[in-house]
Design a protein. Structure first.
Length: 499
């Protein structure tokens, strides 16, 4: 199979114009695949819960098993990309995702599905670790925000279509949501193999930080399971408390190990740059604030409200409309004015939308639910592209793989904490067997279940998101002036530009 070739120098910002857009096309296929997959799976969860006779433990692992693997491996995936080439590892990610999707579709029970989702997570780690780095390599700094905004716009389209497509596919069985991934992943594999070529010179180091990887896995796994199952088994249960203790020991030990490794999993020197550090911390808090929203609203609509999957998917569309519309606009504005005010405003708007969801009731008219979703989506659209552009723009080309992995690691950590915290808060409020009945859509309020505790738990989870968003807005303001690696002069703190 022949590969298309492009004549261009290695320096980011001097790439051939046509090649830039081919990179954007290929990475947009990956973004579309990831966003569609999350939406179709979440909308199919009640059907999976019923068909595979799963419990809450299995359900959580079906959702977060993929994300946990991505979160733990994305830094090593970024490191491998710096060592062996971003184009090669991105192509490998597509191929693994396609194979894993087939195994997901063929799974005979919850355990097999979880295993296949873990394999899918390995592929996802290679995709997520390389996407922003490939775009940053290909586009000059003055156009980077616009390019990342287009990527985010594709994500928004996928998030809109995912629940709707998932609802339609579940009419033919939940396995169709995984079969649907296969042709898209195959197209991505072929496109990346034909179109992508290496720009950055590979790293000469060939070592991986296995000790750091193990500590990170242990710490994240411990805190996630404690948060998720504390509500079911009791927050004072020895193994729940033990999970928190393990996390509190593993986290500082991980930092100590990374400081003393010659080739660390997490390059802490990157965090010496205040913009990089504050931007990534804001991304983590943004993930904690909003990533549990879709998960909770699916079970509100299909469980508490009794909507069918297609209807629920359509009713969730406003959550992504704001992201779709505002991402390219905010990305272009970030190229001109910087990221500080835009990202901070995005966090504030997200907090307002989540505060609106705190008022949600079983009989709340849909226009109110749509309005709060639209506001949350608008906040995400204002936040994502400027923040990503700022974080990636200050990193030298040789470290963009590990920097992209770091960004995705923290974002995905926020997602895991958000889902685990949501499950923990909801299960604290009511009997798990009743909760399973609501989640699976087998029983709703009219079937004799008191939904008051369930709704109170949803309100508490959304309120936690408000708190995370407000803290994130404060952190975002601390990022300092807008800078880039290509243009090291500070261009913020001017009368017109934003920081």
């Amino acid at each position: 199979m022949m590969r298309l070739s492009f004549s261009r120098p290695h320096t980011a910002g001097e790439t051939d114009d046509s090649y830039r857009w081919w990179v954007l096309l290929v990475t947009s296929i990956g973004a579309l695949l990831a966003s569609l997959t999350s939406g179709t799976l979440v909308i199919a969860l009640p059907d999976i819960l019923r068909d595979l006779h799963s419990d809450l433990f299995s359900l959580m692992w079906i959702v977060v098993g993929y994300t946990l693997v991505v979160t733990v491996l994305v830094l090593n995936a970024g490191r491998l990309a710096d060592m062996f080439g971003r184009a090669r590892t991105y192509t490998l990610g597509f191929a693994l995702f396609a194979i894993a999707s087939v195994f997901c579709a063929l799974a005979g029970d919850a355990t097999q599905l979880i295993g296949a989702r873990v394999l899918q997570g390995i592929g996802g780690a290679f995709l997520l670790a390389n996407s922003a780095a490939l775009v940053t390599d290909a586009f000059p700094r003055r156009e980077l925000g616009r390019a990342l905004g287009i990527n985010a716009m594709v994500v928004g389209a996928g998030l809109i279509l995912g629940p709707i497509v998932g609802g339609l596919l579940t009419n033919y069985g939940w396995r169709m949501v995984f079969w649907f991934n296969v042709p898209l992943a195959v197209i991505g594999t072929i496109a990346s193999w034909l179109l992508l070529v290496e720009q950055a010179r590979p790293s000469t180091s060939r070592s991986l930080d296995w000790v750091g990887s193990a500590l990170y896995l242990i710490g994240l796994l411990a805190i996630m399971t404690s948060l998720a199952f504390g509500g079911i088994y009791g927050w004072t249960t020895p193994w729940i408390v033990g999970g928190v203790v393990i996390f509190l020991v593993a986290a500082p030990l991980f930092i100590w190990v990374e400081r003393h490794q010659s080739q660390p999993l997490l390059d802490l020197s990157l965090f010496n740059d205040r913009l990089f550090a504050m931007g990534n911390l804001t991304g983590l808090l943004n993930g904690v604030a909003r990533n549990g929203v879709l998960f909770l609203l699916v079970f509100y609509l299909q469980g508490a409200k009794g909507d069918d999957p297609v209807t629920a998917g359509i009713l969730l569309a406003p959550l992504a409309v704001g992201l779709l519309v505002l991402s390219p606009i905010s990305g272009a504005l970030a190229d001109r004015y910087g990221s500080r005010e835009l990202a901070t405003l995005g966090m504030v708007i997200t907090a307002l939308g989540l505060a609106g969801l705190v008022t949600l009731g079983v009989d709340t008219p849909y226009w109110q639910l749509a309005l709060w979703q639209l506001i949350i989506g608008a906040g995400s659209g204002l936040f994502n592209s400027p923040n990503t552009s700022a974080v990636m723009g200050v990193v030298p080309p040789a470290k963009r793989g590990i920097a992209a992995g770091t960004r995705m690691m923290l974002t995905q950590t926020g997602f895991i904490v958000s889902i685990a915290l949501a499950i923990g808060l909801v299960t604290s409020a009511m009997d798990p067997s009743v909760l399973v009945a609501i989640f699976s859509g087998e029983q709703v309020g009219g079937s004799g279940i008191d939904l008051g505790p369930f709704m109170s738990a949803l309100h508490l989870a959304f309120a936690a998101g408000v708190v995370a968003s407000v803290i994130g807005a404060g952190v975002s303001l601390m990022r300092g002036g807008h800078r880039s690696w290509e243009e090291p002069s500070v261009i913020a703190d001017q009368p017109t530009p934003a920081g």
